[in-house]
Design a binder for this molecule. Structure first.
Ligand SMILES: [Zn+2]
Length: 333
């Protein structure tokens, strides 16, 4: 009799354990998607529904507690802030067939895209991101996950130079050696498409006039010969030159040896923004994206018609002044 009673007790506990296991399993939504990211989940991972506040919830809370709007915003995005602090350095994603880690290298570009300050507090960042996600048709989670990052990358890539036609000789001018990072660069490698060069000069004049950048400037307002920042590292490269480079170092995987380089157009400029001039190692790019000059370019280059190649902080492409084109069209009417 006692033996039978013991068996019932054991069976009761086994049943309880099985039920608990089922409940735990069922309470973990989104496991499939999350598994793409090799980040240890925080132990107290919140229910995913809390990561996706709707605009309606935000508006209602803001209306109810106008005086505590800031703190309610911080509470609302607490879970997103926690996820972002992990994803910033750990999010696994791919670009150009290579594994990438985190999005910390792109904070200046991301901040500009989502219209918030690059030094914004984490909950302001999450809240600005949620607004951008909503405008982009994504779930407004405030979490910068892989889906959101891929959308951002396609925005950046989509605003680059579309016409990759190689420049003809009459479209190029020979820029003075003093504009180059290496003033000993031969004539063949100092050619720039003429409208691009004019825009580059306007942009550099604006940077030189900005005292917050602390650039070395001549009395005439030009970059001093000793100043390295914003000098041109590389401009027009002919197909012949590029092919010669490839023959000389056939195993080099560098983007500089690309078969369809935007440098063929004469409208792509590699500018010195700090660190090793053109080195894609994360540690080098981390130095570059923190320089005042790089941050200035992210904020201002577009005014002069230049767009970034997000992956190479030094590479900028002249797509022209789109506003000027619109003005011309309006004038004709
Ligand atoms: Zn380049």
């Amino acid at each position: 009799m006692l033996q039978q009673h013991k068996t019932y007790v054991v069976m009761f506990f086994v049943a309880c354990f099985a039920l608990a296991a089922v409940a735990v399993f069922a309470a973990k939504p989104g496991q499939g998607r999350q598994s793409q990211v090799s980040v240890a989940e925080p132990a107290d991972k919140p229910d995913e529904s809390r990561l996706r506040p709707t605009a309606a919830v935000r508006e209602r809370r803001a209306a109810e507690e106008p005086a505590r709007r800031g703190s309610s915003n911080a509470t609302l995005f607490a879970a997103a802030v926690e996820q972002n602090s992990l994803f910033k350095y750990e999010l696994d994603w791919t670009f150009g067939g290579r594994q990438q880690h985190g999005w910390y290298l792109y904070v200046p570009l991301i901040s500009r895209l989502i219209e918030t300050d690059a030094n914004a507090a984490p909950h302001h960042f999450a809240s600005a991101l949620a607004r951008w996600q909503q405008s982009a048709g994504l779930a407004a989670s405030g979490v910068l996950d892989d889906e959101t990052l891929y959308r951002m990358v396609s925005e950046w890539q989509g605003s680059r130079l579309k016409d990759k036609t190689a420049a003809e000789a009459h479209q190029l001018l020979l820029a003075p050696a003093s504009d180059f990072y290496d003033p000993a660069r031969p004539d063949e490698l100092r050619q720039v498409e003429s409208a691009t060069y004019a825009a580059y000069r306007r942009m550099v004049a604006a940077a030189a006039a900005d005292p917050s950048l602390g650039l070395g400037v001549t009395p005439a307002g030009e970059l001093a010969p000793s100043e390295k920042y914003l000098k041109i590292i590389s401009s027009f490269r002919s197909r012949e030159y590029q092919e010669r480079l490839r023959r000389e170092s056939p195993h080099s995987g560098r983007a500089g040896l690309a078969v369809h380089s935007p440098h063929f157009t004469g409208r792509a400029l590699d500018l010195y923004v700090g660190g090793e001039p053109v080195e894609t190692k994360d540690s080098n790019r981390a130095r570059q994206v923190q320089t005042r000059v790089y941050k200035w370019l992210v904020k201002n280059a577009e005014r002069f018609g230049f767009r970034p190649y997000y992956y190479e902080p030094w590479h900028w492409e002249y797509v022209g002044d789109l506003n000027a084109v619109e003005v011309k069209v309006a004038d004709r009417r």
